[in-house]
Design a protein around this ligand. Structure first.
Ligand code: NAI
Ligand code: MG
Length: 360
């Protein structure tokens, strides 16, 4: 509970998760000190190959009791494909957290940072700065459907999109409310009601309806095909972009790709009701190709910590971490190899923590 300080469940997981999480914690501790936030970190070794090797499962049977009462989960990465198939490790841990804790929002900031070259020619920091809000539980990703007459000339395959009023309205409320709390107060809805002529008109209808509760938020909508073009051609246009599961999946990879390296992008899997903890993690995985060398970029993990503090009611602390990241990325000496620098993971993490300490 908030009253007795924050309790965070920390799960480093596999590979570079073990290297970037300590830097994330270093920065969170520095921010906690500066903003007088009382945080306790509880470390968990499950959701990793090491745990699986010892116990034969990714999680203990009482994992929900162990981490379900925490204020949030701070997650590194899971996956070690040489030892264990990805569908076993991911479905046996991270995807269970998302589902069982009803983390129906996937939130990803898209922000061009100093020192990170954008693949979009001529774009400068400040010109790309928005959020993608993805519906994380229903929509196009359903298990409703099937295959008949398999292997014959009459073979039939169907998979249904499922949109529920509860499911659509709750993601729209989150997105409008989120947009309402931003400076620009603007929201864009991703649709395709010209082609997907049943569920997408329904989505549009609910956007129209839910928007009435947020009169200060200006909103527009684009069909997904032209929307992807605008992400590349006019990224300055966007503030908060809300989308169904499939469209959001695509946009939440395309957006961060427009801002450079995978090593700096964070993501929140959010249960807005607070009934269950939300989970904050970098977008990247366990990177077995560079694991154990101490050269991974810790910025995605650190930025995920900033999102976590913002979500838990400490927006100034979150913003201070993001500013410290910007300060440090602007200095070539602290850039890791994926950004063309020579700094190691710890050097970069310490520099970001140092900015927060110096400002205290
Ligand atoms: P990956 O994100 O781990 O790595 C892709 C490429 O980006 C690699 O060349 C890697 O070295 C580089 N990279 C990633 N993060 C970096 C960082 N912080 N600093 C510098 N370079 C970085 O994706 P990959 O290789 O497809 O998957 C590896 C494992 O991670 C698999 O088991 C996969 O299932 C798992 N995975 C887990 C995720 C999660 O826990 N949320 C997300 C994505 C993948
Ligand atoms: Mg994806």
């Amino acid at each position: 509970g908030r009253k007795n300080g924050l309790r965070i469940a920390v799960i480093p997981g596999d590979g570079i998760g073990q290297e970037v999480v300590p830097e994330g914690l270093r920065v969170l501790r520095a921010a906690a000190k500066r903003f007088s936030i009382d945080i306790t970190f509880d470390m968990f070794d499950f959701s990793s190959w090491d745990y699986f090797e010892k116990h034969g499962t990714m999680l203990p049977s009482d994992w929900k009791e162990q981490i379900g009462g925490h204020d949030a989960i701070y997650f590194g990465a899971v996956g070690w494909p040489e030892k264990i198939a990805d569908h076993v490790s991911l479905w046996g841990s991270l995807l269970l957290f998302r589902r069982e804790f009803d983390q129906y929002v996937n939130l990803r900031p898209v922000k061009l940072m100093p020192g990170v070259p954008s693949p979009l020619a001529g774009r400068k920091p400040g010109e790309i700065d928005f959020y993608v809000v993805r519906e994380n539980t229903e929509g196009e990703y359903s298990s409703v459907g099937g295959r008949m007459f398999a292997g014959t000339e009459r073979e039939i395959v169907m998979q249904e999109t499922v949109m529920t009023r509860v499911g659509v309205d709750r993601i729209l409320h989150f997105a409008f409310d989120f947009a309402n709390r931003t400076k620009r107060k603007h929201l864009t809805s991703a649709t395709k009601s010209n082609g997907i002529a049943i569920t997408m008109p329904y989505w549009d209808e609910r956007v129209e309806e839910v928007s009435k509760s947020y009169p200060e938020v200006a909103w527009d909508k684009y069909h997904i095909d032209i929307l992807t073009a605008h992400f590349v051609l006019n990224p300055q246009r966007f503030n908060v972009v809300v989308a169904s599961n499939l469209f959001g999946d695509i946009l939440s990879d395309l957006g961060p790709a427009c801002t450079g390296t995978i090593g700096i992008a964070p993501s929140g899997n959010i249960n807005p009701t607070g009934e269950f903890p939300s989970l904050f993690e970098p977008v990247h995985g366990s990177a077995p190709d560079i694991a154990g060398q101490g050269i991974a970029n810790p910025v995605g993990q650190i930025w995920a910590g900033a999102m976590m503090l913002e979500h838990l009611g400490y927006p100034e602390a979150g913003a201070a971490i993001v500013r410290a990241i910007e300060d440090v990325l602007a200095q070539p000496a602290f850039r890791t190899r994926d950004l063309g620098g020579e700094a190691d993971t710890e050097t970069c993490g310490k520099a970001i923590a140092g900015v927060l300490e110096a400002a205290a």
